[in-house]
Ligand binder design. Structure first.
Ligand code: ADP
Length: 384
């Protein structure tokens, strides 16, 4: 198939920042794209060839969109899988596959999948309704503290809550959920695995999420992770095992915990480009978005090594500001060496909304870390 400057059409479900960054790459290769998103102002709108407004969870919207493309991919996992299945049956190439997406869309299914395939993960219980949790506590089969997770439609920590006492159970959404043992992890790590249709596989280096000591928010994604090489190897091997069992095509971002005893537990996976791989745009030989395109079009995979150390700082809306976004002190950070801001193009900011990110690259990781801190302390997303 000729993809470049041709009649070939790549469809992308979801028009957010991940899609927008994927479109930098389709533009580079001159691949024709069509994007669907529910919002008329989605960040992808400015960079795709055709934009369709539609609900990603609606069968007809997804089916009608998909039947006019050659290859269909996603930039968000919450899409209508019945429509994807029908499209697959009718001959549309869908990556990741409906089967892979169905495992990943539901956290209870995902956890059972890890158990079935001998992949290490935190202990958990599964509940059809959140109200059943208190019965388990009364019967003594569940102890505080634990982590509650909605089985479906959680995103950026919204479907996750640490439960320390009975009061914390109040107000939880009623649907299917899991409870998970609380892991006193040393580090949160992630590995992105790329697999093309022919089965060629490559992993990116292990990255580390550094947390704010009090706010418990990820502040920096650091590549390479500052961990023992043996632990890094183990993390990559486990990520590869998840990947080969899910048989995904495209990217699979595997989020993991490094325990105090240096065990690796898989937390969750995402079958698409991921926040933990944004550093790769500036730091890697082949960035994650280009790699995703290569993989789903069955092109040779690119080199996943880094050219330099890379650190990513998420740019989230500052607390106390809601409204039209303003990026304060952009000029100050642009004066720093090796600093590249990415602004996603969301008109409205609100506290903690992901509005962009900044990448810092440097030959020396400790130097990059210092600059990253300066960036973090300088730039602020506020409203007019
Ligand atoms: P989301 O799908 O919203 O990203 P995650 O399952 O990744 O949700 O959880 C969000 C964050 O909550 C994790 O990055 C981690 O910091 C914390 N967390 C999740 N599960 C556990 C656990 N079992 N023990 C301790 N912390 C956890």
């Amino acid at each position: 198939m000729d993809y470049f400057s041709s009649d070939f059409t790549l469809g992308i479900l979801g028009g957010g920042q991940l899609g927008k960054m994927m479109l930098y790459e389709t533009r580079k290769f001159d691949i024709y794209t069509k994007v669907m998103d529910a919002s008329v102002d989605a960040p992808c709108k400015i960079a795709c060839n055709e934009f369709v407004v539609g609900d990603l969870l609606d069968f007809d919207a997804v089916y009608n969109f998909g039947k006019n493309v050659d290859v269909l991919t996603i930039e968000i996992e919450n899409v209508n899988t019945e429509a994807l299945e029908r499209l697959e049956n009718e001959g549309v190439a869908v990556y990741p596959s409906t089967d892979a997406l169905r495992i990943i869309q539901n956290k209870a299914k995902q956890k059972l999948f890890y158990i079935d395939h001998g992949i290490p993960t935190a202990e958990f219980s599964r509940f059809a309704y959140a109200s059943e949790i208190s019965e388990s506590i009364e019967h003594g089969s569940l102890d505080f503290p634990f982590v509650w997770k909605s089985a479906q439609f959680g995103y950026d920590g919204q479907g996750v809550k640490i439960i320390r006492n009975i009061k914390d159970l109040k107000g939880l959404p009623q649907g299917e959920c899991i409870t998970e043992e609380m892991v006193a992890f040393k580090n949160e790590l992630a590995v992105i695995v790329a697999r093309n249709i022919s089965g060629e596989v490559k992993t990116y280096p292990v990255v580390e999420m550094e947390f704010h000591p009090e706010a418990n928010q990820v502040e920096y994604v650091i590549c390479p992770a500052r961990i023992d090489i043996k632990v890094a190897k183990k993390a990559q091997e486990i990520a590869l095992k998840v990947s080969s069992n899910i048989k995904h095509v495209g990217l699979l971002a595997v989020e993991m915990f490094q325990t105090q005893e240096d065990e690796i537990l898989v937390n969750e996976v995402a079958p698409r480009p991921h926040n933990s791989g944004h550093y790769s745009i500036e730091a890697s030989y082949t960035n994650q978005f280009e790699q995703h395109i290569r993989a789903i079009l069955n092109l040779p995979l690119g080199n996943t090594d880094s050219k330099v150390a890379g650190i990513m700082v998420n740019l989230v809306g500052a607390e106390g500001y809601t409204g039209n976004a303003v990026y304060e002190n952009m000029e100050a950070i642009l004066k720093l060496d090796g600093v590249t801001p990415h602004i996603y193009g969301k008109k409205q900011t609100r506290p903690f909304r992901k509005m962009g990110h900044v990448t810092i690259v440097h030959e020396h990781i400790e130097e990059a870390r210092k600059i990253a801190q300066l960036v973090k302390e300088t730039i602020k997303v506020i409203s007019k």
